[in-house]
Design a protein around this ligand. Structure first.
Ligand code: SF4
Length: 212
């Protein structure tokens, strides 16, 4: 395992000798909660949570300020997800990292985010603080996404917005609102222009010529 964590240090020639590099690797392992006895383990000998911690240790190796986390908990069971999210949270508090956290899991997104950007077919369609976006979603795609979050209460019925139509090809996206073919509010004007992201109230941006 230690070679995996050391790789960014080796590629960037951070340390002149192996001993100081190993010290840094052990420090990184301690920061992400990996026991020193595991340093010679192979990834296939470790569970998903520990493998994810290796990835996090690698990302911290060069002391970044900004980290892109692309689906960091998607392949993990719920219990391990919570551990990894708590780890990321405590690392952020200690080292003041800025994260871009990419996820399809809206419950996780709500838990970790300060600001949320909703993307459809490669474009941001809505951007706002996490409380605002969950309380007052404006874009029809955001509304549909939020309506799909399961509610863990038997007596609560939720009106789910079912999207119809097909997702256009991302290789050749339509030359208008990319959501037009699936939007229940679509008007003729939506098929003629591409709506730009506009601030509709302080800190809340939406790319929709109708709902904004
Ligand atoms: S611009 Fe039109 S088609 Fe696009 S999201 Fe808004 S209402 Fe729907």
């Amino acid at each position: 395992m230690w070679e995996l964590i050391a790789e960014p240090l080796i590629v960037n020639s951070v340390f002149p000798d192996k001993d100081s590099m190993k010290r840094r690797v052990r420090e990184l392992m301690s920061i992400v909660g990996l026991a020193e006895r595991l340093e010679n383990s192979y990834p296939h000998e470790l569970d998903g949570g520990r493998r994810q911690r290796i990835g996090i240790a690698r990302s911290l190796a060069l002391s970044p300020e900004f980290i892109v986390l692309d689906e960091p908990v998607s392949a993990l069971d719920v219990c391990i997800q919570a551990q990894i999210l708590n780890l990321l949270n405590s690392l952020q508090k200690e080292f003041h990292y800025t994260y871009v956290f990419i996820s399809h899991n809206l419950s996780v997104v709500r838990h970790v985010s300060d600001r949320i950007a909703v993307m459809y077919l490669g474009k941001i369609v809505e951007l706002a603080g996490y409380k605002e976006i969950f309380a007052n979603p404006l874009h029809p795609y955001t509304q549909a996404l939020l309506s799909a979050i399961p509610v863990a209460k038997l007596d609560v019925q939720k009106d789910r917005i079912i999207l119809e139509g097909d997702v256009p090809s991302p290789i050749e996206p339509p030359d208008c609102c990319r959501f037009a073919g699936r939007c229940r509010y679509c008007k003729d004007s939506c098929k003629q222009t591409t709506p730009e992201l506009e601030e509709v109230k302080s800190g809340h941006f939406v790319a929709c010529g109708v709902c904004g």
